[in-house]
Each structure stands twice: as C-alpha cells, then as structure tokens.
Design a protein around this ligand. Structure first.
Ligand code: THU
Length: 121
C-alpha cells in the first residue's frame, strides 16, 4: 500500500478526460514535504492532451522547484513513455504507481527509463 498512490487516486477524480474516460492523478512530494497534484487534461485535438504527471511536475516547476527537489511521485496508473522521460529529467528517486493488476510498482525514474541519453554539457 502507498498513501501517495491513494492520494493520486483521489486527485484522479478531478481529471478532465471526456475522450478516453481514463482518469489519471499524480502527486509529486518535494524533499521539503510540499506536495503538488495533477491530473490529465484532454483536448479534442487528441495529441494535445496533457498527462497527470506533467501537470503535477509543471506545478512544482512553476513554484520554483527544480530537478533533484522531488522526493517521490505517486501515480494512479503506470507512467507512459513520455512521462518516464519527464520523471527522468526531474531525477525522481522514487516513483510509486498502481499497476493494471492492482499491485503497486515502485522504481526510480532511472529504472523506469534505462539506458537513456543525456544532453551534452
Ligand atoms: N495518461 C496520463 O495522464 N499519464 C500516463 O502516464 C498515462 C496516460 C492519460 C493521457 C490520456 O488522457 C489518458 O491517460 C489515456 O491515455
């Protein structure tokens, strides 16, 4: 059981997902304990849809937090490939997520996106 995943599942109820009806929530907890929540926000132009993880991390970024400041992200679903890239960028050491089978997965962002590239410099 993960309290952060349960929180993300509560937040998911706020999702705007009229096209897929797949409601996703995410909560990013900073090292100082501050939490930022996010949901997916869909659009009639489907590819413009925003994932829950990006909404939560975007809120943290807007508040001034930077990669390395996030302690853990809880998600109500397994993160998609694009969100794994975001979690990696933000150096998230612990990601907790609900799997399709109901169990909870825990992994670092590096484990979720192994062998990725780094920008030079
Ligand atoms: N979705 C997320 O919010 N996060 C993920 O990691 C997986 C997918 C959303 C996007 C879309 O609104 C819906 O789930 C179906 O793909």
């Amino acid at each position: 059981m993960s309290q952060l995943v349960e929180k993300a599942e509560q937040i998911a109820k706020q999702a705007y997902a009229p096209y897929s009806n797949y409601l996703v929530g995410a909560v990013a907890r900073m090292n100082d304990g501050t939490e930022f929540a996010g949901t997916n926000v869909e659009n009639a132009a489907y590819p413009l849809t925003q994932c829950a993880e990006k909404t939560a991390i975007g809120a943290a970024s807007t508040a001034g937090y930077r990669p390395g400041d996030i302690a853990v992200v809880g998600i109500s679903a397994s993160p998609c490939g694009g969100c794994r890239q975001w979690l990696h960028e933000w150096r998230v050491p612990l990601v907790e997520y609900r799997r399709e089978d109901g169990t909870i997965g825990t992994a670092s962002a590096a484990e979720l996106l192994p062998d990725t590239w780094e920008l030079p410099g």
